[in-house]
Design a protein around this ligand. Structure first.
Ligand SMILES: [Zn+2]
Length: 251
């Protein structure tokens, strides 16, 4: 039954093709309707990973083929050109081997979800130095609060924990990355990890600023403010009295 274990086995089997430019065919007409083989044909297969109940095949150029095996699907790796009996859904042909997908009921090609996730904030221990390095590669004028929600850089921080961890670290969400030191980045990330872990373990959320706009800050008494931040205009909450840095641009 293609549940977790067999998906991981399939991902392992397919590693032999990773790094190769592969020929792609969709002998099964239903597969041909779902996936344009021509789009993938000749691209380098960059990674194969089992994620949840899906197998994700990442191709160069940011294309991702998602294969969900349901109950019947099966991946097989054989010598290139080996005799076949039947009509596989998909064939990936490398220099020496071929991967065949049999009965793959769900196949989907997308350019979405191709962005790799940053390190998990709830990992134990969290990989803070990679997160800091990821943040450092962003444009220097990007706002700290906006960058903390970017799942490519750090995965797992939502709007609530962004607001709370910035308050604990005494940093304004509006600070530009160029005005934040590495130590400060590490501080806000470790606050996020600490707060989120304790919320997970105790099952309750301690909120100081999130959705508390207009109330006095428990640390300095200034009124907590709120305003939309970033392309999605998700609401940032902060205390202008004790969180270092500027307010929103143009405000
Ligand atoms: Zn304050």
């Amino acid at each position: 039954m293609p549940e977790g274990d067999s998906l991981h086995r399939a991902a392992r089997k397919l590693q032999v093709l990773v790094g190769e430019r592969v020929g792609v065919e969709t002998p099964n007409p239903r597969a041909a309707a779902a996936v344009s083989a021509a789009t993938l044909d000749g691209r380098r297969l960059e990674a194969v990973e089992a994620v949840g109940k899906n197998l994700l095949l990442r191709f160069e150029g940011g294309l991702v083929l998602r294969s969900h095996l349901r109950m019947s699907g099966r991946w097989q790796v054989v010598e290139r050109g080996a005799a076949r009996h039947g009509q596989p859904w998909l064939v990936l042909t490398g220099a020496e081997r071929e991967a065949l997908l049999w009965n793959g009921p769900v196949l989907e090609l997308s350019a979405r979800g191709t962005r790799r996730l940053g390190p998990d904030i709830l990992a134990d221990p969290p990989d803070l130095s990679t997160m800091v390095a990821n943040l450092r590669r962003e444009h220097r004028s990007r706002e700290l609060g906006d960058a903390l929600l970017d799942q490519r850089l750090v995965s797992g921080i939502g709007n609530l924990w962004k607001a709370e961890s910035l308050w604990h670290a005494r940093l304004s969400p509006w600070l530009r990355l160029e005005n934040v030191t590495d130590d400060e980045l590490e501080l806000v990330l470790s606050e996020a990890a600490r707060l989120m872990r304790s919320s997970l373990e105790q099952g309750r959320e301690q909120r100081v600023v999130y959705k508390h706009a207009g109330r006095p800050c428990p640390r300095c008494g200034a009124r907590i403010r709120s305003r939309g931040q970033g392309d999605d205009s998700r609401t940032a909450y902060w205390c202008p009295g004790c969180q270092r840095g500027e307010g929103p641009r143009g405000a």
